[in-house]
Design a protein around this ligand. Structure first.
Ligand SMILES: [Fe+2]
Length: 298
């Protein structure tokens, strides 16, 4: 991407991706004509690579939704082409943004079934990692599951919960952000034939798509709302623990009640380190911890 296409940002904020720039709050038109041949190549390369990896690893729901959506694999899709499909399925739509939004703005979009998608894509030198979300992470990783009615409802409910938590205070927001992290970004789901991926942070990452299912290092533990809300997470390495849901209905049901009394209860409890396993956990796999950084969890 050349300089003229580079998004501008103002501030930096510590977020779930580390210190990253916070961009303007405005919604922007996707400047599709400005994508270079290199931008389209990056999309096509990442798409093909992940698609191959995700067979037998991504959840049936993700793969079905992805197919129903019909994104072009060989060039960057136009948001305007995807939106009618998405709207007809679940009432969701994509809005273009420069990058990460302030929390409250982000929650308000979700509550109104608008998913903010970063319009710019990483460079060929950043294929394997970049600190902040780009078009590939947002569009390939997050958008397909918005075609799923139950998951779509969960995302909107999360947005409404975010607006509420923002008003309650920073500790409530920390609790809620952990839920997003361990479900929307890094969630696993149990299928008849084994554990599968649905989290966007995983499906958009080559290394973590393999690590989360096949490595002995991380814990794989059954979903438990309050347990997750107490659990710290790593922002600079693969996850030490993945939480496993049985279905999207389970996720929706668990998050239906008002969280206000839960936040009050959790305020007096200690946070749980990212790699810890509790006696009360449903353990699918106890991690060996191989390769973990032991510098305390953020
Ligand atoms: Fe994300």
């Amino acid at each position: 991407m050349n300089d003229a296409n580079s998004p501008s940002h103002g501030d930096h904020q510590l977020t779930d991706k580390g210190y990253v720039p916070i961009y303007t709050t405005a919604v922007v038109e996707q400047p599709w004509e400005r994508y270079t041949a290199t931008d389209h190549e990056v999309w096509a390369t990442l798409y093909a690579r992940q698609q191959e990896l995700l067979v037998g690893r991504a959840s049936d729901e993700f793969l079905t939704a992805q197919q129903a959506m019909g994104m072009s694999p060989d060039r960057i899709p136009r948001f305007d082409d995807l939106n009618p499909v998405l709207r007809a399925a679940t009432g969701w739509e994509i809005v273009g943004v420069e990058g990460l939004l302030p929390e409250l703005t982000f929650f308000e979009h979700l509550a109104n079934r608008r998913f903010p998608v970063t319009w710019w894509i990483r460079t060929p030198e950043q294929l394997d990692y970049l600190a902040e979300p780009d078009l590939f992470h947002d569009l390939f990783g997050h958008v397909p599951l918005l075609m799923n009615p139950v998951f779509g409802d969960y995302m909107a409910a999360y947005g409404r919960g975010g607006v509420k938590a923002h008003a309650i205070g920073p500790e409530a927001l920390v609790n809620l952000t952990r839920l997003y992290w361990y479900t929307v970004e890094f969630g696993l789901i149990r299928q008849k034939d084994g554990l599968r991926i649905y989290g966007s942070g995983i499906v958009s990452s080559k290394g973590e798509s393999i690590h989360c299912l096949e490595s002995d290092a991380p814990n794989r533990i059954g979903f438990d709302l309050e347990r997750i809300m107490r659990t710290r997470y790593r922002i600079d390495s693969y996850q030490k623990t993945y939480f496993v849901i049985d279905s999207f209905e389970q996720l929706m049901d668990a998050t239906r009640p008002d969280f206000t009394p839960i936040y009050a209860r959790l305020a007096s409890l200690e946070s749980i380190p990212a790699g810890e396993v509790l006696a009360t956990d449903t353990v699918y796999h106890r991690g060996t911890g191989e390769g973990w950084l032991n510098d305390g969890d953020v």
